[in-house]
Design a binder for this molecule. Structure first.
Ligand code: MLT
Length: 322
């Protein structure tokens, strides 16, 4: 009986290590909770491509959309804790959604943090038909309208929605939200003039602004973006107190062996340190994660701090979701 017990103990003790040593032995899936072509999807695909080289297995993207990203996160939370399913998310999905939806999972206790990914400032953009040439002219135009402006988001609780709520708070101007499955499709409608504006991630708007297909008015960081240096900060444009950057991250289901979390973190960090990856991301206006914030623990602490920071404003907005 004792021999059996010791044998079982050995399997438990070394089995996990053996599992981690053989990891990965098949393709890994990153669940992106927004549609293809949006800022989350673009960043995830850039990272997945480079992580494949380190992990030696395919790292594929699965877009699982809806409900501000909470459906895709739920899919990841309920997947096997074996490292083969990763949850891509951000301030919206892994902080705001917890204040808006009855999620059926806990954003902190049902997930293990893997790595904090680059962040980007938000930018106020409009369709070209809006007759404003500056943020103050845009605010005047919005205030003069009989109806609130149609403002694209990726759904209640998404980053673009939180940014819209924040914009309403600091300007006192009501917006009419038009939810999409991601700000990729929202951008298509903005370029086509079907909606009026988005408070968008810079990485999603920057190329359309550069091409003159939409108007960019101000960024919500405390400093201008080096990749869009002609666009003023909201502060410079006369709108104080509008400071927001949207950070992203990777998580795995609770219970994933620590050695596997370490392997995934190392592969993501190697991708983030790759000069070609950095160039791609920085050209989109993304700011790389500070070196001292690349550990799983750093993402866990950051997420907790962001929950404490944002939940009061989000709950006060009393967002109704059906
Ligand atoms: C959002 O929260 O607005 C999303 O990041 C949009 C997206 O990635 O499609």
């Amino acid at each position: 009986m004792r021999r059996l017990f010791l044998a079982a103990l050995a399997v438990l003790a070394f089995g996990g290590t053996a599992v981690a040593q053989n990891f990965p032995s098949r393709p890994i899936t990153i669940i992106v909770p927004f549609s293809a072509g949006g800022p989350s999807d673009v960043m995830a695909r850039i990272l997945a491509e480079r992580m494949k080289a380190t992990l030696g297995e395919v790292v594929q993207i699965e877009n699982v959309t809806g409900a501000g990203g909470s459906i895709g996160v739920g899919r990841a939370v309920r997947s096997a804790p074996d490292g083969y399913t990763i949850s891509f998310g951000h301030l919206g999905t892994h902080v705001a959604n917890g204040a808006i939806y009855k999620l059926g999972y806990d954003l902190v206790t049902d997930l293990e943090p893997v790595v904090l990914l680059p962040s980007n400032t938000m930018i106020v953009v409009s369709k070209n038909a809006v007759p404003a040439k500056s943020l103050s002219e845009l605010l005047a135009w919005l205030k003069a309208r009989p109806e609130p402006a149609a403002t694209g988001t990726a759904g209640a609780g998404s980053g673009s929605h939180i940014a819209g709520l924040y914009f309403e708070n600091v300007t006192g101007i009501k917006l009419q939200y038009v939810p999409y499955r991601g700000t990729g499709p929202a951008m298509n409608d903005l370029v086509a003039g079907q909606i009026d504006m988005i408070v968008d991630q810079l990485s999603n708007s920057i190329n359309q602004v550069r091409a003159g297909n939409i108007r960019g008015y101000a960024v919500t960081d405390t400093k201008r973006s080096e990749s869009a240096s002609d666009i003023p900060t909201a502060e410079e444009a006369g709108l104080g107190g509008f400071h927001m950057t949207l950070w992203s991250g990777l998580w795995v289901p609770k219970g994933t062996p620590k050695e596997i979390v370490t392997r995934l973190n190392a592969a993501a960090v190697e991708a983030l340190n790759d000069p070609a990856v950095r160039k791609q991301l920085e050209n989109l206006g993304l700011q790389m994660t500070p070196k001292d914030k690349l550990t799983p623990e750093a993402l866990g602490a950051w997420q907790q701090a962001e929950i404490e920071k944002w939940w009061p404003m989000i709950k006060a907005a009393n967002v109704k979701v059906d």
